[in-house]
Design a protein around this ligand. Structure first.
Ligand SMILES: Nc1ncnc2c1ncn2[C@@H]1O[C@H](COP(=O)(O)OP(=O)(O)O)[C@@H](O)[C@H]1O
Ligand SMILES: [Mg+2]
Length: 233
């Protein structure tokens, strides 16, 4: 099978158990899932259904209790910690509920950060970050500090920061949870546009069913199980 057909991400029988004293919480029971290049996918479900636990495993921040995670053909279980960190910084982009921008850095400097971590030289980092801000429609705000931006604008800076490394996959855990419905819709539409125009693969989570009209595929999680996996809006 060629690279374009094999999935970017393959999860097989993923379980994640948390132990809290005497209590055992099975946050994920047995999740198997393939994500292919170019997909625009939402994982939705009520609070506590396991969405964040699943996202942390997909973005290689957390390790499952059992099961296999294959990312871009690599069995991630076999990677050492430093290899994992390198893998993560080159192949994955992240968008968070709380935007996670550095408050003392301008929008441009925030977007430059992942490139600086990869030791891209200052000049190229600045140019690539500026281009990424143009892509999300924030050229005019590149020298603004995050607290001078609206929530929707901050999340657009965070999307530019996720995309600037040309990741294989962007993971967004509840990217709209702190936004009003108008800004939520704008953020999802922006991700959709980046998906269409630049073939970026996105997985985002939400508990808001109104955002599902924009996606190609939606996976409903309930109590750590996939209850449905539907293709088509
Ligand atoms: N670090 C943790 N320690 C203990 N329990 C956890 C931890 N993270 C998540 N859980 C539990 O796992 C379940 C799924 O949580 P989570 O993945 O955060 O759901 P969601 O993101 O859908 O709200 C919940 O019962 C939650 O309390
Ligand atoms: Mg969550």
């Amino acid at each position: 099978m060629s690279d374009t057909q094999s999935p970017i991400l393959k999860l097989r029988n993923i379980k994640r158990r948390f132990m809290l004293g005497e209590t055992t919480i099975d946050a994920l029971n047995s999740i198997s899932l393939d994500i292919h290049a170019g997909e625009f996918l939402a994982v939705w479900g009520p609070s506590g259904s396991g969405k964040s636990t699943l996202m942390n495993i997909i973005c290689l921040i957390d390790t499952p209790t059992a099961g296999e995670v294959t990312f871009d053909g690599q069995d991630t279980h076999l990677l050492a910690d430093d290899e994992l960190t390198d893998f993560r910084s080159k192949k994955l982009g992240f968008v968070f509920q709380n935007f996670n921008l550095v408050p003392v850095l301008s929008a441009l400097e925030n977007v430059m950060l992942p490139l600086q971590i990869q030791n891209v030289d200052e000049h190229s980092a600045r140019e690539r970050a500026a281009a990424a801000l143009v892509d999300v429609g924030l050229e005019r705000f590149k020298h603004s500090l995050p607290d001078k931006l609206s929530g929707g604008q901050r999340q657009r800076v965070a999307i530019a920061r996720a995309l600037v490394v040309n990741p294989k996959l962007v993971i967004a855990d509840e990217p709209t949870a702190n936004l009003d419905s108008e800004n939520s819709r704008m953020v999802v539409e922006l991700m959709r546009e980046m998906n269409r125009a630049r073939k970026v693969t996105f997985v985002f989570t939400t508990h808001d069913p109104r955002l599902l009209e924009h996606v190609d595929r939606k996976i409903l999680l309930r109590d750590g199980n996939i209850e449905s996996d539907e293709v088509g809006a």
